[in-house]
Design a protein around this ligand. Structure first.
Ligand code: KIV
Length: 271
């Protein structure tokens, strides 16, 4: 891990210590160099190169189409920008479900070709063998439970998961299992806040929530959603911190108008 001398890199140990002293962990997605530079400089603890790139960068309806090569491309751009944050990369759909050897090979490609610091993988006890194999290679693994978007066609809907006791109980057991296997943290997506609280209190590794309420050890949002770039996407869990869609639209309209009116470029803006 090459680190700037003045900036201390966030590590999985840092996150563990943050949980122990009750300091909340901030996590945001980024998929390209320019955005990751801003996200990192602002002090975000973890940058997630999420497979949500499939939605927000490529315009797909689901996360399923994005490939391992595409994830590596996004991740390597983010790694070049991140001086402080821990960079975690999603194992995309189809890159780990076959068997644990395939999962390990995919994780190794991400680490070797992008320079990222760890991987995230969706699923519980059913992916134990893959998680173990990746961890054995020395690669930090983050779990992802609750609403796992790669299984959207099994769920059929993006609504809140684990409201029923059977699913909630499986989630509790999965979280314990992921901790036992050696995962350094778990993302819980779109589950009831009380269940997330129980899970966060039952494990010693950090629990990062998205739509999982205030008791998680940290929070993650998709950067395009929190900056208001995704016009019209306003689920209840999302706090929108800016309206960049409007800011960008206004700037672009002004530019077009300046070009059409021959105001741009002026004398000072030419050679
Ligand atoms: O892909 C992604 O952005 C994610 C977050 C929603 C946690 O997995």
């Amino acid at each position: 891990m090459s680190v700037n001398k003045e900036i201390k890199r966030v590590t999985t140990n840092t996150l563990q210590e943050m949980k122990q002293r009750g300091e909340r962990i901030s996590m945001l997605t980024a998929y390209d160099f320019s955005m990751a530079t801003i996200v990192d400089a602002a002090g975000t603890d973890i940058i997630l190169v999420g497979d949500s790139a499939s939605n927000v960068m490529a315009g797909h309806e689901t996360t399923l189409p994005i490939t391992l090569d595409q994830m590596i491309y996004h991740a390597s751009s983010v790694v070049r920008a991140a001086k402080r944050a821990l960079v975690i990369v999603d194992l995309p759909f189809g890159s780990y479900q076959g068997n644990s050897k395939e999962a390990l090979n995919s994780a190794i490609r991400i680490m070797k070709e992008s320079g990222a610091h760890g991987v995230k993988i969706e699923g519980g006890v059913e992916i134990s063998e893959s998680v173990t194999r990746i961890l054995t290679a020395g690669i930090p693994v983050m779990g992802h439970l609750g609403l796992t978007p790669q299984s959207i066609y099994k769920f059929g809907t993006y609504t809140v998961r684990a409201k029923e006791e059977a699913e909630a109980q499986k989630l509790r057991e999965d979280a314990i299992k992921l901790q036992e296997l050696g995962c350094f943290g778990i993302v819980l997506e779109k589950i009831p806040a009380q269940l997330a609280k129980e899970v966060a209190e039952s494990v010693s590794i950090p629990i990062i929530g998205i739509g999982a309420g205030k008791y998680c050890d940290g929070q993650v949002l998709v950067i395009h959603d929190m900056l208001g770039l995704n016009k019209g996407f306003k689920p209840r869990f999302l706090r929108q911190y800016a309206d960049l869609y409007t800011v960008m639209n206004d700037a672009i309209e002004k530019y077009i108008s300046d070009v059409k009116s021959k105001d741009f470029p002026n004398e000072k803006e030419q050679y």
